[in-house]
Write a protein that binds this ligand. Structure first.
Ligand code: DGL
Length: 259
């Protein structure tokens, strides 16, 4: 059985690994975190596309049967511009699909600066439901706050309040958490948006989409299941700390590679 390759700019992509582990527990994962080049969320389309192509090529060389781009920024900026050697999924289309299904009138999109500027979510939602209103909000401070481990901290709450306020004032009824790190802030965001607003976790819906499509992906059934691998381009104590928290200790050792 071949592995599923998952890549992200950093540790946040493990939210997608966690979701995949729940949906397809029998599958084995090769995770690549391009930690040496994080953040992607402030970089240009050309640069993110170059990094994405390199990550995809690396995973394909390792013999994965399919690739999930867990990074919202890479999905938004690069998915349409790269040539995938194996079946490839991003997180934007599944997130947009779910938002378009749930929304009544107005959708809020939270993401990195580059994701919001690319308008990828806005376009993908409006393609499905042109009558909807889509308001996007870049939240550049969320990634460093999550990486600091301040998931439920007064500072994070204050920052979140500022990002969330315009969307609440706008009356959004559905909000896409359009970044790998934001599912970790769900409790704070739930509190600020209230129970009537639907929160779309892009990691969860992407894992669902992958689980639905996997049966169509060619595999080698008689090969034994490999164990999960976690590879990063810059190994740090911070990565290990957060990985431990996200995967609740359920992961192996970290390998360092130069890409
Ligand atoms: N993985 C990125 C995303 O989902 C967030 C971190 C970064 O900026 O690289 O957009």
């Amino acid at each position: 059985m071949k592995q599923i390759g998952v890549f992200d700019s950093g540790v946040g992509g493990l939210t997608v690994v966690r979701a995949l582990k729940r949906r397809v527990p029998h599958e084995s994962i090769l995770f690549l975190g391009d930690t040496a080049r994080l953040p992607y969320g402030t970089k240009s389309g050309a640069t993110v596309t170059r990094y994405t192509q390199r990550n995809v090529d690396f995973l394909a060389q390792q013999g994965v049967k399919a690739i999930v781009i867990a990074c919202n920024t890479a999905s938004a900026l690069a998915l349409d511009r790269i040539s995938p050697p194996v079946p490839l999924w991003g997180v934007v289309e599944p997130g947009a699909e779910r938002a378009a299904t749930l929304a009544k009138r107005s959708v809020g999109v939270l993401g990195t600066e580059s994701t919001v500027l690319s308008q990828a979510y806005q376009r993908a939602i409006l393609r499905r439901r042109p009558e909807l209103e889509v308001v996007a909000q870049a939240c550049p401070l969320f990634v460093p706050l999550v990486e600091e481990g301040w998931l439920d901290d007064p500072v994070t709450r204050q920052v979140a309040q500022r990002y969330v306020r315009p969307l609440v004032e706008h009356g959004v009824d559905t909000v896409v958490l359009g970044c790998t790190h934001y599912p970790l802030l769900k409790p704070v965001l739930r509190e600020l948006f209230g129970d009537d607003v639907e929160l779309v976790d892009s990691a969860e819906v992407a894992a669902e989409a992958v689980a639905d499509s996997l049966p169509a992906v060619p595999d080698v059934e008689d090969e034994p299941r490999a164990s999960d691998r976690f590879v990063v381009t810059d190994a740090t104590e911070r990565f290990e700390r957060l990985a431990h928290r996200i995967l609740e200790g359920n992961w192996g050792t970290l390998e360092h590679i130069d890409l």
